[in-house]
Design a protein. Structure first.
Length: 295
């Protein structure tokens, strides 16, 4: 029988609705980028920049930062639970992932990897290894410094989640999300190539697709610039969607980890006594109908 003091949350419905809202928002941002930025329906450059998916200082960029920060907050909650109810290695694993996603949120907001990449490009010539890497690597400089770290943490997160998750649906979701992130990074690599580089696919497409007249007349850009813009826009949308998928998995796992957990909210009375009525916080359910895992 349900206690009137119990606060029950249908986690399956909550996560499903959250997924629907976030994906709809991402599709809307992509559409607004085309109509308000590329087609310039508002006739103002400030509005164009606001909805430009390829820019970091835009509404889509803000959306990405907030979403990553919320994922980090969810991960810290999972860590807090696993620290009490899980094994030592579970706690350490969730701590590492929570710390990594917290850094990603700070990185997106402060553009850390871009600025460190610029610093490395300026200072690398004075270092033997740095000068060799700068001559060898053809794309963005930040990838030299950060890609080994990002790739290592990506593999660690994927392997750790495969061990933590019991059902095949969230495991598949994590795999799809990681694949989208890998595609986004790959696209970013090609976008950083010079226009004359032999491996630049956008140069090849621009030379073989004879629609420059349409892009210049309709969008006010060359075909090459149009291809680069859409590549960056799709890249950012892939990243946002991948983060959304990961958030649904993490949030569902959080609800599953809270199965049976009760929190006592204490309100000191005038005489110093404490209220002794526990409040049930979560109704045990997951977005993937996964059975609860033993602590």
């Amino acid at each position: 029988m349900r206690n009137q003091n119990d606060l029950q949350i249908d986690s399956t419905t909550l996560v499903r609705n959250m997924l629907l809202v976030l994906v709809s928002a991402e599709l809307l941002l992509f559409t607004l980028n085309y109509h308000l930025n590329l087609m310039n329906l508002m006739g103002d450059s400030a509005i164009q920049r606001l909805f430009n998916t390829a820019r970091e200082d835009s509404l889509p960029g803000w959306f990405n930062i907030i979403q990553t920060a919320m994922i980090a907050a969810t991960l810290w909650l999972i860590y807090a639970v696993k620290r009490q109810r899980g094994t030592k290695w579970q706690g350490r694993g969730w701590f590492a992932i929570a710390l990594f996603f917290s850094y990603l949120a700070f990185d997106d907001g402060a553009h850390i990897h871009e600025r460190v990449g610029t610093w490395f490009g300026n200072a690398g010539d004075s270092m033997v290894i740095g000068a060799w890497l700068l001559d060898f690597f053809p794309s963005y400089r930040w990838q030299i410094v950060f890609m080994p770290i990002f790739a290592t943490m990506g593999v660690f997160t994927f392997v750790f989640m495969l061990k933590e998750l019991r059902d095949w649906k969230p495991k598949l979701t994590v795999f799809v999300a990681m694949s989208f992130l890998a595609l986004a990074v790959t696209a970013d690599f090609f976008e950083g190539l010079s226009q004359t580089h032999a491996l630049n696919p956008y140069t090849w497409l621009a030379q073989n697709w004879h629609i420059d007249y349409w892009t210049n007349r309709t969008l006010g850009m060359s075909l090459y610039d149009t291809l680069i813009h859409f590549s960056r826009s799709i890249e950012e949308c892939l990243e946002m969607f991948a983060m959304t998928l990961l958030w649904t998995v993490f949030l569902s796992h959080l609800f599953q980890s809270l199965d049976g957990l009760r929190m006592k909210v204490v309100s000191p009375a005038a005489n110093g006594a404490e209220a002794d009525q526990p409040a049930r916080l979560v109704r045990p359910a997951t977005a993937f109908d996964t059975p609860s895992r033993a602590a």
